[in-house]
Design a protein around this ligand. Structure first.
Ligand code: ADP
Ligand code: NA
Length: 329
């Protein structure tokens, strides 16, 4: 397995500023209310995942765009160990924004503005992946960028990991260059969306997961992974990881085994606090583990421990533990 100190990951993705307004209730049309607090945090799936790769001990750069209002996010990423040589600051764009209304009863309501994340230079130069061994992608930037980076990675033999969040349209999923992809990370809902797009939704998944117990959900996802693997739109070489929240993960590496494995979620020491960014923590730790060349099961166990610490703490980036903290747990 390609293990090495010269393993290096590029994350091509989004950078956001998340603004949390604490409110008595979600604002109604025409209404004006005051928030009891305003918390500003760095976010965006690209930034979160790059940060997690670095916290996990992997060498990583982020390729993306912010506005001048996002320079503090650049500093935060740099302090976390993320290389910012490919992070552009645009004079005429705002950094991507998430305006989150967070109501007293726990309800949320979010407005997203892509801002600099959707900037496309014209003409758009082809991606430069020299010096990188791994590529990590999500879906919060123009899909055309994601696709050109993935194709380039495929042509140049990089290991690529894709977390299709937010989900692509059914047509986009069918047209996706799956043969260039090494690893897919999805949650249960995303797995079912893929199967629907590929006309492979199983009888058990059509039944839905409502009222089913943990065992059923696991069985449905297990069946779904096999259907996905065998689907004509997909590629048989792709490794698949399906995260199941508190139920842990299912994983399938067709290059080494015909079996689907299951690992339980990491045990919590304190109580569950905030699952925001758990998926991103998982993706970052996963790529860092691949980069070290560890055995898949060991990589995944480390991911699950990191996620347990992540959900015990508030925030996205702020709750991603260091590799030392994970190892000592
Ligand atoms: P996403 O946010 O992408 O839907 P998940 O909710 O599946 O991702 O969370 C990713 C990982 O975080 C899980 O596989 C698990 O290890 C951990 N996790 C999430 N929620 C919990 C929870 N309630 N208790 C323990 N671990 C959790
Ligand atoms: Na968290």
């Amino acid at each position: 397995m390609a293990s090495s100190s010269n393993a290096k990951c590029l994350v091509k993705g989004s950078i956001n500023i998340d603004e949390f307004f604490a409110l008595p209730h979600i604002v109604r049309p025409g209404e004006t209310i005051s928030s009891t607090s305003l918390t500003k945090r760095a976010g965006g799936k690209g930034a979160n995942q790059a940060y997690a790769v670095a916290k996990a001990g992997g060498q990583v750069d982020i390729d993306g765009c912010v506005g001048i209002d996002g320079e503090w996010v650049r500093d935060l990423l740099k302090q976390g160990g993320v290389g910012d040589g490919k992070l552009k600051t645009l004079e005429d764009e705002l950094t991507g924004r998430a305006i989150i209304q967070s109501a007293a009863d726990g309800e949320n309501s979010i407005v997203l503005h892509a801002g600099a994340n959707y900037y496309l230079p014209s003409p758009n130069p082809s991606p430069d992946l020299k010096g990188y061994t791994h590529l990590l992608l999500q879906n919060e930037i123009p899909l055309s960028s994601t696709l050109s980076y993935l194709r380039h990675a495929g042509e140049n033999g990089l290991i690529s990991v894709f977390n299709p969040s937010p989900m692509l349209s059914q047509k986009q999923l069918r047209d996706f260059p799956w043969t260039d992809l090494s690893w897919l990370i999805v949650n249960e809902g995303e797995l079912q969306d893929l199967l629907l797009a590929f006309n492979a939704s199983s009888s058990s998944s059509k039944k839905g997961t409502q009222g089913s117990d943990d065992n059923d959900i696991q069985k449905i996802a297990q069946h779904g992974i096999l259907q996905l693997h065998e689907n004509e739109y997909f590629s048989k070489k792709i490794g698949i990881i399906c995260t199941l929240g508190s139920k842990g993960i299912l994983y399938f590496d067709p290059s080494t085994s015909k079996e689907i494995g299951h690992l339980p979620a990491g045990k919590l020491i304190t109580s569950l606090k905030d699952t925001t960014g758990a998926g991103d923590c998982f993706a970052g730790y996963f790529v860092a583990g691949l980069m070290r060349g560890d055995k898949l099961e060991d990589v995944l166990k480390t991911c699950l421990t990191a996620c347990a610490i992540c959900v015990e703490n508030e925030g996205a980036m702020g709750s991603v533990p260091s590799r030392e903290a994970v190892l000592s747990r």
